[in-house]
Design a protein around this ligand. Sequence first.
Ligand code: TXA
Ligand code: MG
Length: 317
Amino acid sequence: MRNIYSNIFKVNKKNLSRAINYLKKKQLIGVPTETVYGLAGNAYSKETIKKIYVLKKRPFNNPLIIHYLDLEQLKNDVELHNDFYKLHKKFCPGPITFILKKKKNSLLPVMATANLKTVAVRIPKNTIIRKILKILDFPLAIPSANKSTHVSPVSSKDVFNEFGNSLKFILNGGVCKIGLESTVVDLTSQAKILRPGLISPSDISKILNKKVKIYKGSKFVKAPGMLKRHYSPGIPIRLNQKKANDNEAFIVFGKKYKKAKNIFNLSYKADLNEAARNLYKILRLIKDKKYKMICVSSIPQIGIGLAINDRLSRAAK
Ligand code: TXA
Ligand code: MG
């Protein structure tokens, strides 16, 4: 019998070197990170970058995040400054992406950054992706491993469900520890959060010792991908509800909801980190169960709760 997951590989020495060979040959692979699974390719290869946009069906005006092993490697492509160094010292490697000015002599193809003069850079913490980055002599462009507008993947099977066999190689690093994408902070002028994540605005503002703005998506389009419908299971969603209609999947948070057929609890013990880890898994499960409507109870707007509510409200657009 044919194994439908014939392109998912466990992590061992042999498979890590296969992963590295794919990347050296300018091919794409699925990789785990601490936030969500990513679609990785050589960031310095125009041909590879184009493959990423095509496979994800991503609009070419939505730039990619470039992933580096460390500061030494990252400084080849972007201009660094004090605020960056402070945040780097505290949070890297980790689930935070910085928008910085691109260096004139950077080798990144303009397509990777959608013609912008800035680059989104991240130093991931996951040990598997770090082992890969350590061996390569180029950084990796790694967007989330989902088709454009879909929910991000948090397991290797989720990646398979997005791309099937059109992706030749997916490394299985288990379920992602955080389960939501990294915090994106724009450091090209006064620090501004473009996408909330585990590292919260107040965490950042404490380190910088100043107020940090939260970008609310005004007429000024900072990055097109930040505004459109996103993270969407493809089913209508109603937010901040107390009660669900019949036949609606009801996503809830905390103890006050009894177990029932239509109830999907993000965290029975009302733990926001657990809720973040469960969110995308539950959205995929609801879609698989063929529900036609989703409603969601209110979720506290603190810490990673900001990121959960951000993803839910974009999914609902
Ligand atoms: O946690 C993560 O960041 C994951 C894992 C795989 O590392 N990656 C990820 O990448 O979420 P992606 O491509 O799905 O999301 C990148 C976001 C997009 O919303 C994009 O618009 C924004 O970062 N972005 C990229 N470059 C930018 C830039 N120069 N200025 C503003 N926003 C940028
Ligand atoms: Mg994404």
